[in-house]
Design a protein around this ligand. Sequence first.
Ligand code: PEP
Ligand code: MG
Length: 591
Amino acid sequence: METGQQNLLLRGIGVSPGIIIGKTFLFAPDDIEIPVITLSSKAEINREVDRFKQALEKSRDNLRAVRKEVERKKQKEARYIIDAQLLILEDKLLVESIIRTIRDKGIDAASAVKEAIRHLSRSFDDVSDEYLKERKTELDYIGERIIRNILGTKRHDLAAIREPSIVVAHDLSPADTANLDTSVVIGFVTNTGGKTSHTAIMARALEIPSVVGLEKVTKEVQNGDVIIVDGTIGVVIIRPNAETLRSYSEKKQMYEQLKQELFQYKDLPAETPDGYHIRLLANVELVEEVAAILEHGAEGIGLYRTEFLYLNRKDLPSEEEQFGIYKKVIKTIAPYPVTIRTLDLGGDKFLSHLDLVEEMNPVLGLRAIRLCLKEVNIFKTQLRALLRASAFGELKMLFPMISGMQEIYQIKEILHELKRDLKHAGIPFNPSVQIGIMIEIPSAAAIADLLAGEVDFFSIGTNDLIQYTLAIDRVNEHVSYLYNPLHPSVIRLIKNIIESAHRNGIEVVMCGEMAGEPLYLPILLGMGIDELSMNPLCILKIKKIMRSISYRESRDFVTTVDCLKTAEEIEAFMKLEMKKRFPAAFDINGS
Ligand code: PEP
Ligand code: MG
């Protein structure tokens, strides 16, 4: 019998799109109840220290076994996380602080682990950085694993799921998902996590709907409850009533029909009815995602973010490792082109490797190309790997966060030196490999005409361009209402970038989120964008709309937009026109 509030709606972060309705499998309660036991003799204390050490050893063995499994399944990202967890287990400071807690406080091993982990964890509480938040999660896992090994209790096993279920958990680690049967797990829902958490990556790779960051979904759901997961808009409805079930079943059917219908567009050209073609490309973050992009109709990779190669580990990726990955990506996508962006990290994400100063304002700080030009050896290692990989297909190199000409001169000088070395060493590379820059800082947008004379292509990064133009922190929910790609200042900058590029005979791709949003498509087409690169799941949707809007009409849209004065006016105009002209296309968005 079901208990608890019916039709309870929770909002989180939709990280893998689609709608699913099903029964829940409530997995791994987030907090194990442990009564604190006070120890009365030295012998008892020594025994507890031994229990802790044995549990530590067992935890290492467990994780090594999981590592083998994820390696067998070639889940590289998962392997990095397991490696990071193994490193935490070996951390002397952590081990010593637990033993000290047992000895000094005279409490049992499990309670001491809990206390020490809680203490360490607390230092991460105030960070907003997503990467560092993930480290806190790993620390919590480690704590839970050791405690379970001390108490001899087992964490639930997802391999035990026999019937189609939506997994509801505090969070899921690679160790949890390594053994799951992908034919019965139909959705993931978690309390914690963000767009790049392990659960999100797994859900996208398995193409199952997922919502994370729901905070207390494990408290609200009971095992076997029926729930609705809408991974597109980040909503979960617990114990839906008959009415909600009916409307969501219809929505789900419609979504699936549209998905099916969109699939027909996979092999059709991305062109307008009056023959204007632009290339639709995919944004990719992990080597594991690469093969699937062709299934989504991509004609290449327009943005390969290399940050993931550097995260979740304590060492830096070697030239050889990077070369292997880039080569694999290029060969998988050939004959289509691959644009690989050099490292775009901020100072605080690098703490484990480098001793960089703490910054008050990291987004305006030593980030991306600035960091690379300072830590030039890291940069050179990546560039050598890229140059070597350029011999294996159509590689384009892309440099992030360019603010002026000087940075391009510096990059070119380094490339020149590396090419000379490779040539001397007889190592093959493409001497005329294309180089492009991200235009995502207003200063670069303003001097686009100068920059265009120096590079082979531009890539507009609207995520940052909007952030810096409107002075809106892109991850700050308090000002998100002001974050609008249709602000006239943004439209004008984009127009200037495209016109300056074309006057200098180079092409422009857009790779920020704006590129995958149907509402903006006519404006971008009308302004003459050459390529759009987006989340692969958006490609067919964009292609479908493109095939029903003429280039001529798009130019008219731009003429009208140019005369409007506010983002609100432009948005209202676009919505009205798009709904009027293409009602079917706009159903896709649910708008
Ligand atoms: C952008 O800024 O638009 C972009 C594509 O880069 P990132 O989102 O990685 O900063
Ligand atoms: Mg950016």
